[in-house]
Design a protein around this ligand. Sequence first.
Ligand code: L14
Length: 348
Amino acid sequence: MKEYKIAVVGLGAVGREMLATLERSTLPISEVVPLVRRNEGEVIEFRGQMFASKLIEKGSFKDIDIALFSAGEEASLILAPMAIEEGAVVIDNSNAFRMNADVPLVVPEVNPADAQRHNGLIANPNCSTIQMVVALKPIHDRFKIKRIVVSTYQAVSGTGYQAIDELKQQMGAFINEKEIPCNVYPHQISLNVLPHIDKFMDNGYTKEEMKMFNETKKIMGDASIQVTATTVRVPVIRCHSEAVNIETEKPMPDVAEIKEIMAQAPGVVLADDVENNIYPLALDCAGKYEVFVGRIRKDYTIENGLNMWVVSDNLLKGAALNAVQIAELLVEKDWVKPSSDKKISFAQ
Ligand code: L14
């Protein structure tokens, strides 16, 4: 059986989850190559073997089959074209190429077939979008979603280790009645709620909100789905939670049937038993692979409306796990090689 040489570019919070997820996967891997832009030489243990991280240079991707990128948008913009040129297939976790028409944007439970026609690069969607479309795809297939209104409650780990540290330090400073350090976000995040993720755009939305609008249409393969989002940072370390309201074209069945559909949906766990205080919670979903759905109830203010609460680990299904699942899909279907020799237009 062919074994794959896999590079992991970037050793931040997501990069390390990529290594851990690869280690647990059944992918036939001959070697992992941790690649970094600084601080080389860190030794990583992987399936009982030791691999030292190396600085990225010309030729780094020459004999790499698949490169998982999570070193930030700027690194992806510079290095992904080079990796493709050198023959690697890139799965990129940044926002750099998600809306590029030559780049598939893939969630394996939702649009696996899109991964086939890649040109050396597949984009991993935004964390908040991934968990939402995993939960909504089976509903869209049956009842056609017209509109989504979503509010997110996002963990700090999406920003990286500095943000996790800052939250912890702020909690300690508060308890010890010390001055609260505030460097990562424009405001204190502990004991607070910030309606601000990524940059503000001219239209008054944040980039994170516009990602949910644009990426949902592309992944679902349906430009008619309307999405309006408010993305919010909360003092949680791991797992994004989302209050999702949908309106469908076809009549909505009763809640029991929706629960049944959710219970059967790939990658979804139904956690909905309010009599016993059971609903998805960030603390319970940390470290888990699935998307958890609960609080399912009709929206009685419109004809075909539904509300639900969706939680998933932003570093796993929202990032590292989804990227590894894309790699597994390529290997399983024999789609690792680009489907054509079309060159990606990076100027888009
Ligand atoms: O588009 O939580 O991948 O600050 C990068 C920043 C996801 C959210 C992306 C954060 C985002 C992340």
